[in-house]
Design a protein around this ligand. Structure first.
Ligand code: HEM
Length: 385
């Protein structure tokens, strides 16, 4: 009835099961039975140790709809092969390079914010942050300047946003099919240059090469066709800009309400920048522990993917119980439920970055905080950082 989001709904199911003191339970999603684990050991088994029984997200994927064939939806051997090719795009040297791009974008973002601040003008912070993260992701992943913060390429921004804003229109959305070609032509990307970024890796995978192996390392990898290439580009753009801008929006919202946290964060940032010649560098940001706590706490309260879906591909005996999850059953790990579980987070609805101090973190299982998922399917943006 649209009274709550799916994430909240499954979060409530998790908390109801937890209140009953049981290790797991189930629910029907229309006619589909779903398995919902509550016990942290069972969750660890499903996501990590027994991953081979739960390798897929089980989402919509169809050869007739090439854009559905992105890595998030891909399954089994095909997914494994593609996933194994991604790490070189996220080495620490590449991260440092991306950091320089982010720093440059931050200057423009600051300039834009000044206009609002100096004029006392109310701001649609989500919109401004979407432009900020779009400019960053396009520069980091494609090596192009989209300048949406300078109000250029607004049409492209709208199309990117529509991937999230109008899910049902996705089939009509022809723009996304053409993202790689149009953007590359428009911005005259130098085809000779090889930046080793995610686009270069994906372009290379469109060519048949004898030395491009599948995940087993024995077979030759089938090259990605145009549809498959487009789908990967789409998911990296979309996953890259919408997730980050949402988290930043929620963080700003909570900081605006919690002046004590804001003051503490400003103090930390200013004192660390003092030590680094007032330059925002990769190393300086790495030192900002309280900033990390603020982001972790924001992701705890507002996980952008509030459910981790899995499909059980074999009959599976749940460890420590005499219960079997039947093959093809959907499993939903409710990270939103877990992250609001009062056993792990006393006062779970309160924004309190202190919950992520080293001392407090050591008091609960690591599985109590899952904003990026876990195991072999953990978020690509998190896995190699
Ligand atoms: C705060 C930001 C982000 C959050 C909270 C987030 C969260 C997640 C979550 C929960 C998953 C599913 C994990 C699972 O099933 O266990 C996921 C998958 C994924 N994320 Fe992120 N993400 C973020 C940023 C990014 C960025 C910046 C990128 C691109 C560089 C990215 C690319 C992906 C991809 C490609 C997958 C699919 C992985 C697979 O199925 O193998 N994400 N993300």
């Amino acid at each position: 009835m649209k009274k709550c989001t799916l994430g909240e709904l499954f979060g409530q199911f998790y908390l109801q099961l937890k209140e009953k003191g049981i290790k797991h339970g189930g629910a029907y999603f229309f006619w589909k039975p779903l398995y919902i684990p509550v016990d942290p050991d069972i969750i660890k088994h499903i996501l990590i140790r027994d991953f081979e029984n739960f390798p897929n997200h089980g989402l919509y994927i169809s050869e007739d709809d090439p854009l559905s064939g992105h890595i998030f939806n891909m399954e089994n051997a095909k997914w494994r092969t593609l996933r194994a090719k991604i790490p070189p795009a996220f080495t620490s040297a590449k991260m440092r390079k991306m950091f320089l791009i982010m720093e440059r974008m931050t200057k423009q973002f600051n300039k834009n914010l000044d206009v609002y601040a100096e004029g006392g003008i109310p701001i649609d912070i989500k919109m401004e942050l979407s432009k900020f993260t779009t400019d960053i992701i396009l520069a980091c992943a494609l090596g192009v300047e989209s300048n949406t913060m300078k109000n250029e390429n607004q049409e492209m921004l709208e199309h990117l946003r529509s991937f999230f804003d109008y899910q049902w229109n996705i089939y009509k959305n022809t723009m996304v099919v053409t993202i790689p070609r149009h953007i590359l032509q428009k911005f005259k990307k130098d085809k000779q240059s090889c930046r080793g970024d995610i686009t270069d890796i994906l372009i290379r995978l469109t060519e048949k090469r004898e030395n491009e192996h599948d995940f087993s390392g024995k077979g030759i990898m089938e090259p990605l066709n145009f549809g498959e290439f487009s789908a990967q580009m789409l998911v990296f753009m979309a996953a890259g800009f919408e997730t980050s801008s949402s988290v930043l929006t929620f963080a700003m919202y909570e900081l605006a309400k919690n002046i004590e946290c804001l003051t503490k964060l400003r103090k930390e940032i200013n004192s660390i920048l003092d030590k680094h010649d007032n330059k925002i560098t990769y190393d300086a940001v790495m030192e900002m522990k309280y900033l990390d706590q603020v982001v972790d706490e924001t992701l705890r309260l507002y996980p952008v993917f509030p459910i981790l879906p899995r499909v059980c591909v074999n009959d599976y005996n749940v460890p420590g119980t005499n219960f079997t999850i039947e093959k093809n059953t959907f499993v939903l790990v409710s990270n939103m439920g877990i992250q609001r579980d009062p056993e792990y987070f006393p006062n779970p609805d309160k924004f309190d970055p202190n919950q992520f101090s080293s001392e407090n973190k050591s008091k609960r299982p690591f599985i109590a905080h899952l904003p990026f998922g876990e195991g072999s399917r953990i978020c690509v943006g998190k896995a190699y950082s």
